[in-house]
Write a protein that binds this ligand. Structure first.
Ligand SMILES: Nc1ncnc2c1ncn2[C@@H]1O[C@H](COP(=O)(O)OP(=O)(O)OP(=O)(O)O)[C@@H](O)[C@H]1O
Length: 231
């Protein structure tokens, strides 16, 4: 169980997250949705320790992450795929993947085969520089890199932004497989309604730095969409 309570965050004088409460069940795939600028990425960055929270708690399996370093997250089994992918452009695909290895408890020296099973293209392109991959391939690399630690929680920020439909489908299939077959908890910021409905079991709607609606995906009604997502 991931439980965030009374989370506040500000950039300088501008408060972005306001007493935000959020619960995510272990083993679920939960989509965080909302219009541009409501604070979705800021929330994920706070969870990952990339932005400091002003106050509040972020508990994963009981441990409060607030005040702990960003490095603690991967050691604690939390994988992250940032918005915009953040691939190291001058490192090869293999070097990008290896970045996660030191965070594994077992100090494995080799990339787990599972990463290549899920994204065979990465094996074909092992020695190519990250910056030379297409956008879709870079996204697969970003997800593969997060999976190197074999996380129990995978957090993805708009993994389909600017990606062509066949890769979007593949990414959706991988997320569903990890979630349903391997019981990985997935938190996904997603703007595309069709994709959210396909892979998500739960939704959380954000408005002005707060979660304003939470339910099972089948209860994401037209009126909620009009109220919180339509532009
Ligand atoms: N580094 C920053 N300094 C100041 N304000 C920021 C910074 N980063 C984001 N903001 C502001 O915080 C607010 C929330 O941004 P955030 O990126 O979290 O929203 P979002 O819901 O993820 O939006 P989008 O769907 O467009 O990605 C926005 O008003 C944004 O302008």
């Amino acid at each position: 169980m991931i439980e965030i309570s009374q989370l506040n965050q500000r950039y300088g004088g501008t408060q972005i997250l306001w007493d935000l409460d959020l619960k995510v069940e272990e083993g679920s795939c939960t989509c965080i949705m909302g219009r541009n600028g409501v604070g979705k990425t800021t929330l994920l960055k706070c969870i990952m320790g990339l932005l400091p929270a002003d106050s509040g708690e972020i508990r994963i399996a009981g441990d409060n992450l607030v005040g702990r370093s960003a490095e603690f997250r991967p050691h604690h089994g939390i994988g992250y795929v940032p918005q915009g992918r953040d691939i190291f452009p001058l490192l090869t695909v293999e070097e990008n993947l290896r970045v996660g290895l030191p965070c594994r408890k077992d100090k494995l020296k080799k990339i787990p085969d599972r990463v290549y099973d899920l994204f065979p293209v990465l094996k074909d392109m092992l020695h190519r520089r990250g910056g030379d991959l297409s956008g879709g391939q870079q996204q697969q690399l970003a997800i593969g890199r997060a999976l190197v630690i074999e996380p129990r929680v995978l957090i993805l920020d708009e993994p389909n932004e600017g990606i062509q439909p066949n890769i979007v489908k593949q990414i959706g299939d991988v997320i569903t497989q990890l979630n349903r077959e391997e019981n990985m908890t997935v938190i996904l910021v997603e703007q595309k309604l069709g994709f959210a409905r396909r892979v998500g079991q739960q939704f959380r709607l954000m408005e002005k730095g707060r979660v304003v609606a939470s339910d099972a995906m089948e209860h994401l009604s037209e009126s909620l969409i009009m109220q919180h997502l339509a532009v």
